[in-house]
Design a protein around this ligand. Sequence first.
Ligand code: ADP
Ligand code: ZN
Ligand code: ZN
Length: 761
Amino acid sequence: MTLPAGTEPCHAGVVRVALDTPADDCFDYLAGPDVSPGDLVVVPFGRRSLVGVAVARAAESAVPAERLKPVSARLDWLPPLTEEWRDLAAFAARYYQRCLGEVMLPALPPSLREPEGWPRLAQRARTEAYRLVPAHISTLLAAVPARARSVRALAQALADRAEGHAAPAPMSLAEARELCAAAPARLAEWVAAGWVEVLAAERTLLATAPSQAPSVAPPLHEEQLAAVAAIGAAASFAPFLLHGVTGSGKTEVYLHAMAQVLVRDAHAQVLMLVPEINLTPQLQSRIAARFPHLPLAVLHSGLADQERSLQWLAAHRGEARIVLGTRMAVMASMPWLALIVVDEEHDTSYKQQEGLRYSARDLAVWRAKRLEIPVVLGSATPSMETWWRAEQGAYRKLVLRERAQAEAALPAVRLVDLNHERQRQRALFEGLSVPLLEAIEARLARGEQSLLFLNRRGYAPVLACDSCGWLSGCPRCSAYLVLHRPERRLRCHHCGLEAPVPHHCPDCGNVDIAPLGRGTQRIEEALAARFPQARIARIDADSTRRKGSAQAMFDDVHAGEVDILVGTQMVAKGHDFQRVTLVGVVHPDAAMFSHDFRAAEHLFASLMQVAGRAGRAGLPGEVIIQTRYPDAAALQALQRHDYDGFAAGQLRERRQAGLPPFCYQVLLTAEHGQLERALQFLQAVRRLADGNVLAPEVQLHDPVPMSMVRIAGRERAQMLVEASARPVLQRFVSEWVQTFSEAGADARGVRWQLEIDPLRI
Ligand code: ADP
Ligand code: ZN
Ligand code: ZN
């Protein structure tokens, strides 16, 4: 970090700085010629000092010269953020209707966003190196007494390097310390005397020593070869959809495509995105084993600040050749980026649900286009948006039809019709049907593993009084408090409110209050009662709260120390469980009543995912789905492993109804203590659009209360805006937002939020 040169700074001009505030896009400051676009700077802002990104230099400013303040500091050891990175941020800001700084600053690692973090990071990222000025060789040697043996050795080593060189090779502090424990103090003296020079050197941030045995790639099968060749042949922007069932060898294709790029060019960097943090360790070791000598950086929000900053820095300096990360990594600064892979591209985790509500997948495609590089979107169940683009030829489709390992056939899918079970007078045991229980029993007998999937954590979703009908509603939300039995608490999963479990009905005093419905804790308990000899593990957000506990539990499953695994979607994704031969889906029906037009798509994708955990390594797999709606399209298609048929049906319906991907949407939500006020705000805002020239092509729906109206005491309403083309909608929205945020609507007390391409409506 340097203060502007000298005591009397020379300001050669104006620099525009992006700051993390919604107030404006950029702010002007005075800066010397050393500040260039892409630099991180500290500037005064009101009474505070803020870190900002210099985005452009300008000859003059609209702000009167006497009011311009100088930049206070520049992070001089950080290579500037590239133009490409700045373009990406600018695009995201434009597209998602945010200020530039609101996109740029949050995309930087925490220690860089605060000036206090800079020195410590510099210390970790850089090291000092020393060299003797050749003219002072004899002075130094004469000054060091022969009896100070280690000091003498240090001086001699420096002298040896300097002898006969105009610019001697520098010696790192670590090297110097090895020769002489007192090196730091001695070197400081010699530097002060002018005999030795200090140079700053970058410290290597990522270990490249192989931590495990290198793996050998299996020979690829024909479809994999074709896919790898197609990706390898792409010389410019080329979006691919790699469509292959779970276990078809998509990851193997990614690894080969990465290898091609990394070998071709000694600088090239590859970015691979995955939807979940808990998927990174498994993939990380797979990548590390395949590329044992290439530095690999990992980026996700589970890393401690300092660690995340160093990983980010390794990517930014080009040291990391491979960056593996969750959605946030799409904004990683990678100057030599040459290939992007988005695994499980359909996954909703790629959409950020707060703040800048971006889609990492969509930004990845934009970034690839900007850089003119290939991007591979992989999935067994592509999103309708991606599928439609591939159908139209905008994305190139690469298909893997079979599972990669010959002996791993796709699992048989059986639907257990609960209506039928009831007719046969076969009672469910705590929500578990006879066929499912028998199937688990058979696995236990054979020493194989079963996985039970239920996307609902806690013990029971609600507590109910039999005599007066009281339900455990959350006082602050239109939702129920969920019973967490082991913890003896009622919890709201929306606002976080907690309460003790009442002993009797708060309304009528009845002591017979009972849990209604089932969550993972209750299924775990039922299984333990039914199969006392079985080793049962439950993996959900509650059981894995402690850092590292999820990984430890997955390790147990992989090591065969678990017979039955119960879990939420945390267990469904990506894991390569070698010994799971049965997957049971306890209760998928809730999704069938959703108002969200994407519910069927998401249900199909999550069932296909979880079904894919069965029978991956040789042993035949079976999937049992309990349902009262066995005729539902998603379940029928799943039974036939027919994604294409399912997608065709979905697209037909969406086209008829004029829904995405056949239109583009923007959702404006408003919240206030009273619903009426939120609705009034939306109505007022809507009226402002009526006179707009662009409005005829844009459809504004009526403001409506959201299906979950109250969260944490605030009531919420929404208004959907649609158009058949993106540019039209973009132009309309940016004008409209400007109008209503400037003057138009009375927003007093109303908080509003705009979401582009909303995922849940
Ligand atoms: P996906 O990413 O589609 O789920 P993976 O790439 O993880 O599939 O492959 C599934 C399993 O098959 C892995 O254990 C992988 O090592 C193995 N595999 C992949 N390709 C081949 C191949 N060509 N020959 C043999 N085994 C393969
Ligand atoms: Zn009661
Ligand atoms: Zn609540």
